[in-house]
Design a protein around this ligand. Sequence first.
Ligand code: FE2
Length: 164
Amino acid sequence: VKEQTLATVFLEELRDIYDAERQITRALPKMVKGASSEELRDAFQTHLEETKRQIERLDSVFESIDQKARGKKCEAMQGLLGEGEELIEQHEQGPVLDAALIAGAQKVEHYEIAAYGTLCTWGKTLGYTDAVGFLKENLSEEKMADEKLTEVAAGINTEATVGA
Ligand SMILES: [Fe+2]
C-alpha cells in the first residue's frame, strides 16, 4: 500500500474531474442534437464552451502544483453520460425527452459541484492558493449551469405535461 496523504487524494480527485470534463465535452454535442427546445439547446451549447474553458483551467491547476495534466477514467461520469445517451435512444424528440435530459444533466452538474467543492476545500488546506482560484471559478460556473437548467426546466415541464 502506497502512502496516502491529502496531497495524493487531491491529485487523484483532480485527475478524476479532468477525465470527467473531457467526457462531458464529447457528450454535450449529442445532447444539443437530442434537445428540441431552442433554449435548452442554447444552454447545452453554452455549457460546452464553458466546459472547454474549464479544462484549460484544470491544465493551469496541474501546472500550478507542478504536475503533468493527466486524467484517470471517471467511471461515475461514464455511467451518468451513458444514461443520457440511453434516453436519447429510447425517447422521441420533444418536451418529455427534454425534461429527462435536463434531469440527467443536473446529475452531472451535481457530481461536478461535489468534486470542485472538495477540491477547493482540500486545496485550501494544502495551501494551493493559485489552484484554488481556478477551481473556484469552475465551481461557480457549474452552480450557474445547474441554476440555468432549473430555470429552463420550468417551461419545459409544463409543456411535457400538456403534451401528455
Ligand atoms: Fe464542468
